[in-house]
Design a protein around this ligand. Structure first.
Ligand SMILES: Nc1nc2c(c(=O)[nH]1)N[C@H]1C(S)=C(S)[C@@H](COP(=O)(O)OP(=O)(O)OC[C@H]3O[C@@H](n4cnc5c(N)ncnc54)[C@H](O)[C@@H]3O)O[C@H]1N2
Ligand code: MOO
Length: 390
């Protein structure tokens, strides 16, 4: 059996950054920016008022000073002449500052009679002027790779970038295997269960930027599985679930090698997730996950999310770990790296009492995996452990 680190390295070697495509900015949220983009304008493009009030020439004015109002500047409507000593221009937030003006006095600090305003209050410390290019300047870059957020979308819009170069989404085909499985919403026989992993994994992969194809459930027969494998053609990554262990009906390895799987490894010193396999079928990467629901979800977190990052041209490597004090004691670990379902509360992590890899209720409550190295000694409450937040 290889270590988790060796298995991850082999899984990552199955993928490479996908090609770049252009999408409308409106479609770019959650996509990975694949090339640096540059602003082709300054923002704001002119010195602008930050407040509603009066633009005046001098910064050296005091309560009691009066000014003749000679015109108006509103957002989208520049005042074309300049303003001189003793004059003011009525101005609104976002309007271009007229030539000659060096500060904006907020209207609350003035009184107005006809065309004349009088400064009534001591001046604020700020000039209430947003300088041209104060947010960004022409040529400023948004650097790639970058997961585009709603704030990024607003910034790119402000830069007037209507089409955005992004990494193509990896297409992941997901095949659940097993005669005992029926799709959610169907009526199972009394010896059947619902295929849960495929939908859980699809949700996980979509959140990570993939496009998913949940294929029909394959029966535990060579022909059914072969058919499902054929349907996965064209995907960047094929993920099978179940049928990976040593039972008589665990036929994924055999059928996949029949259709050309070049296997990189089978079995990892990890818990849950021991019967994991990975390799390549034609031009698609293949990861065979164990069927136990928690095993498949944990392997998705530990192996497939980093692989999706690689496809997307993002930094890819082991999931980030943090150190945290343990709440409660743990007995010594066995020979496999153990990814224990746990809950972080108030800066400490507690490990769920039941760690069986069939328990989705426990996984759904967990917000962390506590990672215990092979043969780790017993630990006490307060000892520091490594944690992968989920
Ligand atoms: N003699 C041994 N038996 C087992 C070993 C072993 O080393 N020697 N390993 C155990 C471990 S660890 C795991 S993990 C499981 C993995 O087995 P498979 O990958 O072959 O998975 P299945 O047998 O097909 O299913 C296991 C379990 O999970 C349920 N399942 C499967 N697919 C789904 C799905 N899509 N959604 C929900 N539940 C699913 C299935 O009904 C079984 O209950 O093998 C151990 N055995
Ligand atoms: O290794 Mo299995 O995945 O423990 O349940």
């Amino acid at each position: 059996m290889i270590s988790v680190a060796e298995a991850l390295e082999a899984v990552l070697a199955l993928g490479a950054p996908l090609d770049i495509e252009e999408v409308d900015l409106a479609e770019a949220d959650g996509r990975i920016l694949a090339q640096d983009v540059q602003a082709n304008r300054d923002q704001p493009p002119f010195a602008a008022s930050a407040m509603d009030g009066y633009a005046v020439p001098s910064t050296d004015i005091k309560p009691g000073d009066t000014f003749k109002v000679i015109g108006e500047a509103a957002a989208g409507h520049r005042f074309d002449r300049s303003v001189s000593a003793g004059e003011a221009v009525r101005i609104f937030t976002g309007a271009p500052l007229p030539d000659g003006a060096h500060r904006v006095v907020i209207q609350e600090d003035t009184t107005r009679e006809g065309d004349v305003i009088t400064l009534t209050d001591p001046l604020d410390s700020g000039h209430h002027i947003r300088p041209a290019g104060g947010d960004f300047k022409r040529g400023d870059k948004m650097e790639s790779p970058r997961l585009l957020s709603p704030a990024d979308i607003a910034l790119l819009a402000s830069m007037n970038i209507a089409r955005v170069p992004v990494r193509r989404r990896p297409v992941v085909a997901i095949i659940a295997t097993g005669d005992e499985l029926v799709s959610v919403g169907e009526t199972p026989r009394d010896d059947q269960i619902i295929a849960s992993n495929s939908l859980g994994l699809a949700a996980m992969f979509r959140r990570a930027g993939a496009e998913t194809r949940v294929l029909p459930i394959a029966k535990d027969t060579v022909s059914s599985l072969e058919m499902a494998l054929t349907l996965s053609e064209g995907a960047d990554l094929l993920v099978t679930i179940g049928g990976a262990s040593v039972g008589d009906y665990d036929i994924v390895a055999e059928v996949a090698s029949g259709v050309g799987l070049e296997r990189e490894f089978y079995k990892v010193a990890m818990r849950p997730g021991k019967p994991l396999m990975a390799g390549r079928i034609g031009d698609r990467a293949m990861v065979g996950l164990p069927g136990n629901p928690v095993s498949s979800m944990v392997c998705g977190e530990i192996f497939i999310l980093p692989l999706l990052s690689k496809f997307l041209g993002m930094p890819s490597g082991p999931r980030a770990r943090i150190e945290m004090p343990l709440q409660g004691a743990l007995s010594k670990n066995g020979p496999r790296e153990h990814y224990m379902r746990g809950v972080i509360t108030n800066g400490a992590v507690s490990v769920a009492r039941r760690q069986d890899s069939s328990l989705l209720t426990v996984l759904a409550q967990a917000n962390a995996l506590v990672v215990r190295p092979p043969h780790a000694p017993a630990c006490d409450s307060g000892d520091v452990v490594e944690v992968i937040p989920l």
